[in-house]
Design a protein around this ligand. Structure first.
Ligand code: TNX
Length: 572
């Protein structure tokens, strides 16, 4: 008898394989919803989520990423590929979207259909593929951040993982509530080098934040090279809180930060704090001091004692030169002039100074931003005030809004991520109270300040002051998990606001942060999933679900493999 089977198989194989795939899909659709990620498990919560049970998509080794013919969109496709390749081990070539649609891929399509706005997107997941549509590359980029969260947490691994790369089926239509969604890093109290800043930009991008405010100058240090006043960085940059050697960004360093941010649709907002918080300036150029004498460097944490002389014309040369150089290096529309805590400057002199500096900013073609202390000063076209008070009522700020100012909200008692989580938090301040995750989440930017309509609110920002924060691990400990709470307030429609739901969605990010080597705080309010038992735990690590109040001085378990920013995704 002739051997049976092999000779007949080629003709039957496609049908058999198809049947097998269909059977797997049917079985998966029954199993996946219980065990896997649901379409709505995204932070910040999307505007509209329509799950389709049984319509999951599985990313396979032969998947292709297709993208519209546009350089910036192509960058997003390359970023997606760079994000997915390490953990999946798949080649994921990037091809032109105009090519005939192969099944099983991801398509990123620029299309101005519907009302997605400048940052919105639509994501459709079907068994045959994933299709993203947006009017802009920024919209595609934000969709990619959503897509990333819909894959298993192990997608964050930088080495290949055996995993079924399933995405839950259905559609998401999403766009932000506010145009300005930011975080601030104080690089003046303690200096943070370029790799640390790039990593913070990655953290922002994950949660669809689109502004990085850099607090570049303060009493303890001046952190940006200025060609026309070189001693600012050379002398003023050589100190920090606690007496360390500080540091500063060269112009190329700063350009690199700005470019890295731009590739992630993040705008850098540089702050030169004036007229107070300027001891570092005065150590470098004593001629700008009210008494003309350079003070010694300051490495403590008091505020409000220093100021540049508002009656000296040289002060305005200094301001114009510095702001001119910073504007030339900064593609974004904003220049932040500080304006906070100038306690030693009389109110009339302060108002005249700020009014003049607002005009200098206008001459650079940029829009002025200042802390809300500048509210009483006459309006300047487009100006933005950053609210950091702890009350819900401030007549001076409401009045400035009525005169045309817009607001970025950073309420000290909700959004100041340098505040401790709880009394036993080992670092941070407490002057604005404790800020646990619930407190960071539990406010509404649209109604927060009496007399300020939602239409005047440009957005939200989470500042991280660094008097007590000295390392990348400490930065991450304070940012995570509160930064995603502020991000959700900035992005998600108010109708999605729900603490219990947020807490559960956020919990799923713990394993992602573990896989990405992010040193987050295991806040006890969040029901973090237990880690798999086989994951080896370095001694001293808390058991799952236990709040961690110490910050790892050593890199976390995965940090050695993923220490830096996601520069693999950078294209030059
Ligand atoms: C107030 S908020 C400051 C900063 C401090 C911060 C500490 C603001 C505009 N000024 O100088 O670093 O408190 O929380």
């Amino acid at each position: 008898m002739p051997a049976r089977g092999p000779v007949d198989l080629p003709a039957r194989e496609p049908a058999a394989a198809e049947l097998a795939r269909a059977a797997t899909r049917a079985a998966d659709s029954l199993l996946a919803p219980a065990a896997g990620i649901r379409l709505g498990d995204v932070v910040p919560a999307p505007e509209q989520v329509t799950p389709a049970l049984g319509a999951d998509f599985v990313l396979t080794p032969d998947a292709v990423i297709r993208v519209s013919a546009d350089a910036a969109a192509r960058t997003v496709a390359d970023q997606l590929a760079a994000l997915l390749r390490p953990a999946t081990g798949y080649p994921l070539p990037v091809a032109d979207a105009a090519r005939p649609e192969p099944a099983g891929g991801v398509a990123l399509v620029l299309a101005d259909s519907g009302d997605l706005g400048p940052e919105g997107y639509r994501l459709d997941v079907t068994p045959d593929g994933v299709r993203v549509e947006a009017a802009t590359p920024a919209g595609l980029f934000f969709a990619v951040q959503t897509l990333r969260q819909l894959l298993p947490a192990t997608v964050e691994s930088r080495t290949p993982v055996a995993e079924r790369w399933v995405l839950p089926g259905g559609s998401i239509t999403d766009r932000p509530r506010f145009a300005y969604r930011g975080a601030m890093l104080d690089v003046a109290r303690h200096f943070f080098g370029v790799p640390d800043v790039l990593r913070v930009i990655d953290h922002l991008a994950r949660y669809k934040l689109n502004h990085l405010h850099l607090h570049l100058t303060d009493d303890q240090g001046w952190r940006i090279a200025v060609d026309s006043w070189p001693r600012l960085a050379e002398v003023g940059g050589a100190t920090e809180v606690g007496g360390g050697t500080g540091g500063h960004y060269t112009r190329d360093d700063y350009r690199r930060i700005v470019a890295y941010a731009a590739e992630r649709h993040v705008t850098v907002v540089p702050e030169i704090d004036l007229p107070g918080h300027t001891n570092a300036v005065l150590t470098a150029y004593g001629e700008l001091a009210p008494d003309g004498v350079a003070p010694p460097p300051y490495t403590g944490t008091e505020v409000g004692f220093s100021y540049v002389d508002p009656t000296n014309e040289r002060t305005y040369d200094f301001v114009a030169d510095v702001l001119g150089e910073i504007a030339a290096l900064t593609p974004g529309p904003w220049l932040h002039i500080g304006g906070d805590e100038a306690f030693k400057v009389r109110p009339d002199a302060y108002a005249a100074f700020v009014e003049r500096v607002q005009r200098i900013v206008a001459q650079t073609g940029r829009t002025v931003v200042g802390w809300h202390q500048i509210a009483p000063v006459p309006h300047a076209e487009g100006r933005v005030l950053q609210w950091w008070g702890t009350k819900g009522d401030d007549p001076a700020t409401a009045d400035a809004v009525h005169r045309g100012a817009r607001l970025v909200l950073s309420p000290g008692n909700h959004a100041y991520l340098d505040m401790k989580y709880a009394p036993d938090t080992p670092i941070g301040h407490d002057w604005a109270g404790m800020i646990d995750v619930h407190r960071a989440y539990d406010w509404d930017p649209g109604t927060h300040l009496t007399g300020v309509p939602a239409a005047a609110v440009l957005g939200v920002e989470a500042p991280l002051w660094t008097e007590s924060i000295t390392s990348r691990a400490e930065v991450e400990f304070m940012l995570f998990p509160r930064l995603p709470a502020i991000a959700e307030l900035g992005w998600s429609p108010r109708s999605t606001h729900d603490w219990a739901g947020f807490r559960d969605r956020l919990a799923g990010h713990g394993p992602r942060w573990d896989a990405a080597g992010i040193a987050f705080h295991r806040a006890p309010e969040i029901p973090w999933p237990a880690e798999p038992a086989e994951v080896p735990r370095p001694t001293g690590q808390p058991t799952p679900g236990t709040p961690r109040t110490t910050i790892p001085a050593q890199p976390g378990p995965n940090e050695a493999t993923q220490p830096g920013p996601d520069e693999a995704a950078t294209l030059t």
